[in-house]
Design a protein around this ligand. Structure first.
Ligand code: SF4
Length: 297
C-alpha cells in the first residue's frame, strides 16, 4: 500500500520515475502496482522474477566495490569484498533456479571481475557532494506542488563534465532500438531535471550497461547530454505534471481507466493481464489475495 508520507490532501504527493512511468503506461497498472502494491504474475505463479533479482545483485556488488574504492582500499580488496557479498547472498542463483544460463551466480561474479578489469583502465572521477562520495545518491525535489524522488547510482566527472551514472544489465546485444529507448525517457529526463533542480550542473546521464552473455560480459557507456534551456526538460516537466493532475482526478473519482493498448507493450504481456481479463465482479477477490500476499511481512 502507498505509504502515508507519500500522500497529501488525499492524493499522491511524492512520485519517483518508476511510478510516473507506470502512470503514463496505464492508469489501472499504476493503481495496482504503485498504489496497492499488488504483485502480478508473481502472485499467480509464486515464481520470483529472477531478472530483477539479478539486476539488484549486480547493483549491490558494484556499489560495495565503489564504496571500498572511495574509502581508499585497493582494487583487490574492493573486489574481494564485493565477491564475498555475492557468494554469501546470491549463491542460490543457479541456472536451475533462474532457468536462464545468462543470469547465474557464475555470470554475476564474472561480470564483477570483468567490470574491475574493464574500467580500471578507464575509471570515472567520482564526484563528492558535501564532502561525501556521490554513490547511491538520493534526491527529492519539488516539481510544482508535488515532489520527485529517486536514487542515482553515482555522480562522476568525464572530461571535466558532471554526469549521473545509471547502471543497467541486459542479456542481449545493444541495438539501436535499445539506445533509442533512452531518448526520450522518464528516468533520464527526470534525473537530469531533479539534479539540476538541486543546483548541480549535470551535463547529462551516462548509462553504464553490462551486457551479460552466457560466456562473456561486455560493457558500454552510453552518454545522453542535455544542453541547458533546449526545451526538452521543460516539456518533460509539463508532461509529468499533466499526468500527476490526472492521477489526482483518478484518486478522487476512485476510477483508474484501463489502457488496453499497453497490455502487450514491449512485446511482453502485462503482469496484471490475468487480473484484467477476469470479470469485473471477480477482480476484487483476486486483488485482495494479491495485495495481502505482496504486503506480507
Ligand atoms: S493488463 Fe492492460 S489494462 Fe490491465 S493493468 Fe496491464 S496494461 Fe493496464
Amino acid at each position: 500500500m502507498l505509504k502515508p508520507e507519500k500522500m497529501k490532501d488525499g492524493v499522491r504527493h511524492v512520485y519517483d520515475v518508476s511510478s510516473l512511468s507506470s502512470l503514463q503506461r496505464c492508469p489501472r497498472y499504476f493503481h495496482y502496482k504503485e498504489e496497492l502494491g499488488a504483485l502480478g504474475e508473481l502472485t499467480l505463479s509464486r515464481r520470483p522474477n529472477y531478472a530483477t533479482t539479478f539486476g539488484h545483485a549486480y547493483h549491490e556488488a558494484i556499489a560495495i566495490y565503489n564504496h571500498a574504492l572511495a574509502q581508499h582500499y585497493s582494487q583487490s580488496v574492493a573486489l574481494n569484498r564485493a565477491i564475498y557479498y555475492l557468494l554469501s547472498t546470491y549463491k542460490y542463483l543457479t541456472a536451475e533456479v533462474t532457468r536462464d544460463t545468462s543470469r547465474t551466480i557464475e555470470t554475476l561474479v564474472r561480470s564483477l571481475v570483468w567490470y574491475d578489469l574493464f574500467f580500471s583502465g578507464n575509471p570515472f572521477e567520482l564526484a563528492y557532494i558535501n564532502e561525501q562520495p556521490a554513490l547511491e545518491f538520493r534526491f527529492e525535489v519539488p516539481i510544482s506542488s508535488k515532489r520527485l524522488s529517486g536514487w542515482c547510482d553515482a555522480l562522476a566527472y568525464f572530461n571535466g563534465q558532471l554526469y549521473i551514472i545509471d547502471r543497467k544489465t541486459t542479456t542481449k546485444e545493444i541495438s539501436e532500438t535499445y539506445i533509442s529507448s533512452y531518448s526520450p525517457d522518464n528516468q533520464v529526463q527526470g534525473y537530469v531535471f531533479a539534479l539540476r533542480a538541486m543546483g548541480l550542473p549535470v551535463a547529462g546521464i551516462c548509462i553504464e550497461v553490462a551486457i551479460v552473455l552466457v560466456n562473456s560480459t561486455r560493457f558500454r557507456r552510453l552518454f545522453f547530454d542535455y544542453v541547458e534551456d533546449d526545451g526538452r526538460l521543460d516539456e518533460w516537466k509539463s508532461d509529468a505534471l499533466n499526468s500527476m493532475d490526472q492521477a489526482d482526478m483518478y484518486t478522487r473519482d476512485q476510477y483508474w481507466p484501463m489502457n488496453r493498448t499497453a497490455c502487450t507493450m514491449y512485446g511482453r504481456t502485462c503482469e496484471y493481464n490475468y487480473l484484467c481479463s477476469q470479470l469485473p465482479m471477480v477482480r476484487p477477490t483476486l486483488l485482495k489475495e494479491a495485495t495481502v500476499y505482496a504486503n506480507k511481512p
